[in-house]
Design a protein around this ligand. Structure first.
Ligand code: UT7
Length: 334
């Protein structure tokens, strides 16, 4: 059977930096509250008016990933795009991405699994490669949150957490038999908790999908039961990481780096302590970007590569938790 290897990784972050002090001017919050509770100092906001959309950012990240893989867009035979903030209600972002990259005609699918979206996408790509259906797949995570947040005091508990950005990887088929590649994936969801972190509207369960009343009552904004989400996250992260290690028959000591979805620095630290891992083995960049949902893991992978934390032969564990609830892990021998 073919193995899947990651040939290229890229990221794109909007230029506009929004600091906690900037947020203080929009709502009743403070830099110290945000930093103490979340570890976030700043985040990026997309310039939508000048075309910095979810699909555009995904394409820019993809171009970097292709460059690293030494490949052209025309070498790609399938697209998997993870996002909860597509440019349009439909079609998904895989289609406009083709226009940005100039590759119409190949298959494109969107994955809507929120903070776990990138890992669901990666696992899906791996299956297509292993069965021999595709050879080179672009897997993208990209989000524009800034246009969908309630930037007033009423929405402050959620608004301060999120930022915009994109990351992408090229997953390619390999015949090598040296242990490298995507080793194991573990995907979970528990729909009993949909309302703990969600955006209720617009939705096709309403006629029409959106009303003035919904807008006025804030149904178009994400709402979250923060403490509840936090409690589940700090349990599910260690659990799903250990599940991956067990499946691959390796121990925590074998892992070179854990790259968790960047939800909250306190969650990351709690996971690190629960697992008894040294701090430097758990990647964090949330202070710069906030929570970028499906984009956070590929952005982090791209930075970890640049910092030399990922390299050939390293054992890398990716893990995520988020709305749904959904949670997942992937283990990679780089
Ligand atoms: O990818 C998964 C997505 N989400 C997450 O992982 C988030 C998980 N949850 C969390 O990270 C935390 O629950 C938060 C950071 C969202 C909140 O931290 P917390 O320690 O659970 O605070 P809290 O919600 O219990 O709120 C404490 C206080 C409240 O005031 P009172 O009732 O004590 O007077 C809030 O109204 O902090 C207030 N508050 C704020 N104050 C200043 C809530 N948001 C803010 C804010 N600035 N932005």
């Amino acid at each position: 059977m073919k193995r899947s290897i990651i040939k290229g990784v890229g990221r794109y972050l909007p230029k506009r930096v929004v600091t906690n002090f900037d947020l203080e001017k929009m709502m009743d919050t403070s830099d110290s509250w945000i930093r103490e509770r979340t570890g976030i100092s700043e985040r990026r906001f997309a310039d939508l008016e000048n075309g910095e959309t979810t699909s555009f950012m995904g394409a820019e990240a993809a171009k970097k990933a292709l460059e690293m893989a030494d490949m052209a867009p025309s070498d790609i035979d399938f697209i998997i795009f993870a996002t909860l903030s597509p440019d349009y209600f439909f079609p998904g972002c895989g289609c406009p991405l083709q226009i940005h990259l100039g590759i119409p005609g190949i298959g494109a699918m969107d994955i809507r699994n929120q903070c776990t979206g990138f890992l669901y996408a990666l696992a899906t790509a791996d299956q297509f490669i292993k069965t021999g259906m595709y050879k080179n797949i672009l897997v993208i995570g990209s989000e524009v949150h800034s246009s969908g947040l309630n930037m007033t005091t009423a929405g402050r508990d959620v608004a301060v957490l999120f930022g915009d950005g994109a990351g992408a990887v090229v997953v390619s088929a390999s015949d090598e038999n040296n242990g490298r590649g995507l080793l194991t994936h573990h995907l979970h969801a528990d729909g009993r908790f949909i309302k703990e972190l969600w955006v209720e509207a617009p939705g096709a369960r309403f006629r029409p999908h959106i009303t003035v009343d919904m807008i006025e009552n804030g149904k178009i904004y994400p709402t979250m039961n923060g403490r509840y989400v936090f409690k589940h996250a700090v349990t599910r992260f260690p659990e799903v990481i250990m599940e991956a290690l067990k499946a691959a028959n390796v121990s925590l000591e074998d892992v070179d780096i854990v790259i968790p979805h960047q939800a909250n620095q306190r969650i990351t630290e709690a996971v690190q302590m629960r697992l008894g891992l040294p701090k430097e083995k758990v990647f964090s960049n949330i202070h710069k970007y906030g929570n970028t949902t499906a984009a956070s893991i590929p952005i982090a992978m791209s930075e970890a590569l640049e910092q030399g934390l990922i390299g050939e032969g390293k054992l890398v564990c990716l893990a995520a938790f988020g709305s749904g609830f959904t949670w997942a892990s992937t283990l990679i021998r780089w």
